[in-house]
Design a protein around this ligand. Structure first.
Ligand SMILES: [Zn+2]
Ligand SMILES: [Zn+2]
Length: 204
């Protein structure tokens, strides 16, 4: 997997509405950390855009240390997969522009006849980069089709994040039960280029 492809995949771990400002990887002690506060994954330093200082850095580092320690790592169990919304490519928003073929009407005249506009499938709008942004109606702006959680070793973890982990080459996982004073488990994971940790969901 080349660097830019890996970086783009890992940005899915950092880039969401709850990312607490981590829209870029952190560089700590010779590794990159991608996180949104709920999931963290490391990678070797790559020649990509990066940011340095952050308050969560110590916590992130601790997760990395734990994931390098003793833990029985196994393949991810089977779980119902989620998918990125095909309409908005997982962005949650769709950029529209008025269809130029029909001037936004969805049909046009030619001679004495009206024709349905095929360019915009009669909607009058076409999806284009740089157009006006609207929340994607197909996924209600979430960018994903299947939310929810599944249990590993009896502890619930979010499907979206499990599916992200599954995309990593050589991913293996290990569940750490809740520590004293905490009410959720942690899923540690390793993959070909680094380690990571996912914060679990609360048991119902
Ligand atoms: Zn049109
Ligand atoms: Zn969508």
């Amino acid at each position: 997997m080349d660097e830019m492809k890996l970086h783009k995949l890992l940005m899915r771990f950092a880039d969401d509405d709850n990312s607490q400002g981590f829209h870029r990887p952190l560089e700590i002690d010779g590794s990159l950390y991608y996180t949104n506060g709920k999931i963290i994954v490391t990678a070797p330093l790559m020649d990509v855009d990066r940011d340095n200082a952050h308050s969560l850095a110590d916590k992130v580092k601790k997760y990395g240390d734990v994931a390098n320690g003793n833990c029985g790592f196994n393949n991810l169990p089977e779980f119902p997969d989620f998918s990125w919304c095909a309409r908005c490519n997982g962005h949650g928003a769709v950029e529209f522009k008025e269809c130029e073929d029909c001037d936004g009407r969805g049909w046009f005249e030619h001679g004495n006849h009206d024709y349905d506009c095929k360019n915009c499938e009669e909607t009058g709008r076409v999806v284009v980069e740089g157009g006006e942004k609207f929340p994607c109606s197909h996924c209600r702006g979430t960018g994903i089709i299947n939310v929810g959680s599944t249990r590993i070793d009896g502890f619930p973890f979010g499907l979206v994040y499990l599916s992200l982990i599954k995309m990593l080459p050589g991913a293996r996982v290990c569940v750490v039960p809740p520590e004293a004073g905490d009410d959720v488990a942690t899923l540690l994971f390793r993959y070909d280029h680094g380690v990571g940790a996912l914060r679990g969901r609360r048991c119902d």
